[in-house]
Design a protein around this ligand. Structure first.
Ligand code: TRP
Length: 363
């Protein structure tokens, strides 16, 4: 039998999803879901992982589980095609993580660049919660429990996938071929990889207050785009403009297609032609921003509509999550059975064990 193609991916429910999430992975997930090329797709709301650095704020995690679920559904994740589930409702994942911890050294996790940055950002210094420190290992459990072959995520998650592959190899080496080695699927261009915030600084991030949320109103989106950082040297329309760090252009890199140009700016065949005009001089930031607003609205308006429909039926959203979690648990339990027998801890399902031990102790 050919190996099944399976996707597992997810997000921590610590805030509403924004455009960075959308171009970084959410948009791709919807495309992959609709491509029909995958046998199974799991999207996980990683509440247990969110708790690793929010132990004292469980209500925040609880509120954001539903926010993220609504963002998923609004973006076009279809529960008929994709299993959406909540991490904590699949306890097999915690069990698997516990076994994987024996296969990873402390120094290996200490070298993880994403964990390093997060420790700095959170000022953990000497008070890193053990659970937080171990989350990359638990992420390997999330991925492998579902036998995922493909993990569509942003670039910051690459060290986690790398660690997962190491754990899979080590496990298979010690206990025999049991686990599947996953591949990462990264966004297609630099703008999508690291969408800057509207202030032009670092990545879009809730703590920096520079986000455009998928759930923002048209008015909020327009206001945020109009206030975007552009080129501080481009004072008059006729001045030559610079593209580097110029937010509206980076967003156009991430969002615009030639069809958008045909529809909203037919004087340019594509983004490159518009960029040339801007660098030459004679194109105002306002015009660029207006185009960006139209393009963003083409994506966001249908999402707003779908979100409103689901907001009108919250019990149904919880039901989608409940059914998804049951299905995910069944899939993970199957892998755990195989893991337990590979690890020789399947005492009660191994019919040979009692017989063999009886022989051994026979007088
Ligand atoms: N670490 C991811 C994030 O920060 C969430 C996550 C948890 C995840 N487990 C995963 C992503 C497994 C992909 C695969 O959003």
């Amino acid at each position: 039998m050919e190996m099944e193609k399976i996707i597992l991916t997810g997000d921590r429910p610590t805030g509403k999803l924004h455009l960075g999430h959308f171009v970084g992975s959410l948009r791709r997930r919807v495309e992959l879901q609709n491509s029909g090329q995958f046998d199974k797709i799991f999207v996980m709301i990683a509440d247990a992982q969110a708790l690793t650095d929010n132990a004292d704020n469980p209500e925040k995690v609880r509120q954001n589980v539903i926010e993220v679920a609504l963002d998923y559904l609004a973006a076009g994740i279809d529960p008929e095609k994709t299993t959406i589930f909540i991490q904590s409702q699949v306890p097999e994942l915690a069990e698997l993580a516990f076994y994987y911890m024996n296969l990873v050294t402390v120094s290996r996790v200490q070298r993880n660049p994403t964990v390093k940055t997060e420790i700095k950002m959170r000022n953990f210094e000497q008070s890193i919660p053990v659970g937080f420190f171990c989350y990359p290992v638990s992420q390997a459990a999330d991925i492998t429990a579902f036998r995922a072959t493909t993990v569509p995520v942003g670039e910051d998650q690459a060290p986690m996938i790398e660690l997962t592959r190491e754990i899979v190899n080590r496990f298979n080496n010690i206990y025999g071929e049991t686990l599947v080695e996953p591949e990462i699927l990264l966004p297609d261009n630099a703008a999508c990889m690291r969408l800057p915030g509207t202030d032009g600084k670092a990545k879009m991030s809730k703590s920096l207050g520079n986000c455009i949320y998928l759930s923002d109103t048209a008015k909020e989106v327009a206001k945020k785009v109009k206030s975007m950082y552009t080129d501080p040297l481009h004072l008059n329309i006729d001045d030559p403009g610079h593209l580097e760090g110029n937010c509206p252009f980076i967003y156009l890199d991430a969002f615009s297609t030639d069809e958008h140009f045909a529809k909203y700016a037919p004087q340019y065949a594509n983004l490159d032609e518009m960029k040339t005009h801007y660098t030459r001089g004679g194109l105002g930031d306002g015009t660029v921003k207006k185009l960006l607003i139209s393009i963003l609205e083409e994506t966001l308006a249908p999402m707003r509509e779908r979100r409103a429909q689901f907001e009108n039926n919250i019990p149904m959203v919880y039901d989608i999550l409940r059914r998804g979690s049951i299905e995910a648990r069944e899939a993970a339990a199957k892998t755990l059975d195989e893991v337990r027998s590979a690890m020789r801890i399947n005492y009660f399902s191994d019919t040979e064990l009692i017989k063999a031990q009886s022989e051994k102790y026979k007088k």
